[in-house]
Design a protein around this ligand. Structure first.
Ligand code: FES
Length: 365
């Protein structure tokens, strides 16, 4: 079992100190990155370490560690190559990139090459759809990759090189990246990148400028309300809403009691219109403006609404696209019966007599 170094323990104390004393369990996510920075994955020893320093049990730590894909559950290569195969990247060729790498490296999803250098995984959206297809190496981006470009990157990594990502800082190993993810700065020269967003990211802004589209200005100095102020404002809004509610409708007169009668207790007939009943059923408390509520008007236009375009289109589509599943076109059952009947009649005609005649003449086919 791993014994974590004193440096790691010191860093763990530093991470925990970032959080209020009674909220130390919030340090769990960076701590999991920290143990991953030492072992390359979150081992059972790493889980135990986190539980120990945070006063949690191992099940609590394990539940978090197994939820997020960035926490690896088995030893990982120096370089984690993640290829996005989600929708946008996929239609742009992401799956071809992944398949090419998998075949070339001889590994599948979440597997590591025999030399321990590269772990390959397919990833869901890497939040860079405007640069698709994308892949990351230890979470640094390679944009607009194609199969040949991706092969070049992994071959350079295997040869000991560190290719420059399209955006961001220099590549580092997965363990080095885990230190950063735990919240510690990378001190290497060139480790921190700067620069603005790329042109694909700005495309929407350019179009808005081109077409004169703007949004109301945002004032970053708008004061944020305290909880007490927010509660007061909510209470005032609720009171205003209550005051604006229409007065309840007068109770309808109750039918006279059937004194001494043995007849079953029959409810008074409900003379409300179906429109009113439907509204009350759907929103019993909403004070819906209904036809017989005081101060409301009964709609005079009782013409049935014309079918909307969408409904018409759906009907037309359903007619033109019979249900799939059995491979038969709609109405095939009736069509088949008619065809069978015609074939039977034709066959009987070719034999010189229909079925009834054949029966009369005693000819059996
Ligand atoms: S679909 Fe690939 S980055 Fe979003």
């Amino acid at each position: 079992m791993t014994t974590f170094t004193e440096e790691t323990r010191e860093r763990a104390r530093e991470i925990i100190a970032r959080y209020p004393a009674d909220r130390s369990r919030s340090a769990l996510l960076p701590l999991l990155h920290l143990v991953q920075s030492e072992e390359g994955y979150v081992s059972p020893a790493g889980v135990e370490f986190c539980a120990e320093v945070l006063g949690l049990n191992k099940a609590q730590v394990g539940a978090v560690a197994t939820f997020y894909t960035m926490y690896k559950r088995k030893p990982t290569g120096d370089y984690l190559v993640s290829v996005c195969t989600n929708t946008m990247c996929n239609v742009l060729g992401g799956q071809e990139v992944y398949d090419t790498l998998a075949e070339h490296l001889g590994v599948g999803h979440d597997e590591t090459t025999a030399d321990g250098k590269i772990t390959l995984e397919h990833a869901e959206c890497l939040a860079a759809c405007d640069y698709g297809p994308v892949m990351t190496v230890n979470y640094d981006f390679f944009d607009n990759v194609d199969p040949q470009g991706a092969l070049g990157v992994v071959e350079e990594l295997r040869a000991g090189g560190r290719p420059m990502p399209t955006r961001g800082a220099r590549l580092c190993t997965l363990k080095e990246m885990a230190v950063q993810l735990a919240g510690f700065a990378d001190e290497r020269d060139g480790a921190v990148a700067d620069g603005g967003p790329g042109e694909p990211t700005l495309r929407g802004l350019r179009l808005a400028e081109q077409h004169g589209i703007s949004v109301p200005g945002f004032d970053p100095n708008t004061p944020i309300r305290s909880k007490a102020e927010a509660d007061r404002a909510a209470a005032e809004a609720k009171a205003r809403a209550e005051a604006a509610k229409p007065a309840p409708a007068a109770e309808p007169a109750k039918p006279a009691a059937a004194t001494g009668s043995t007849a079953p207790d029959v409810k008074a007939p409900d003379d409300k219109s179906p429109q009113v009943r439907t509204a009350e059923t759907r929103q019993p408390d909403a004070g819906t403006a209904v036809a017989d509520a005081p101060g409301t008007k009964v709609p005079t236009d009782t013409t049935a609404p014309a079918p909307r375009d969408a409904q018409a289109a759906e009907s037309a589509g359903a007619a033109a696209n019979p249900p799939a599943g059995d491979g038969k076109p709609a109405g095939d059952e009736a069509g088949a019966q008619q065809r069978n009947l015609k074939e039977a009649e034709a066959g009987a005609g070719a034999n010189g007599a229909g079925p009834a005649v054949a029966s009369e003449t005693g000819v059996q086919k």
